[in-house]
Design a protein around this ligand. Structure first.
Ligand SMILES: [Zn+2]
Length: 76
């Protein structure tokens, strides 16, 4: 697979995923991802995407402002 934007090579890297859920910021660290070596665009595979969504949704219920977790993310 190559970058959809610039066709550059994708490298396996751990990145930090961040999302804003109605004012609640969720930060998930050490997410396995593919990063374009040319433009820096980050891609996740389907499983990772699903996992990120699950983590975000479960955090949303318990967190009021900011949540920082490590992938695969456990809500304490
Ligand atoms: Zn690229």
């Amino acid at each position: 697979m190559n970058c959809l934007i610039c066709k550059g090579n994708l490298e396996h890297k751990l990145t930090t995923f961040m999302t804003d859920l109605d004012g609640c910021i969720v930060i998930i660290k050490n997410v396995p991802s593919l990063v374009c070596s040319q433009c820096g665009e980050t891609y996740y595979d389907d499983d990772t995407m699903e996992q990120l969504e699950k983590i975000s949704n479960s955090l949303r219920k318990v967190v009021t402002e900011v949540a920082i977790v490590d992938y695969p993310g456990r809500v304490a």
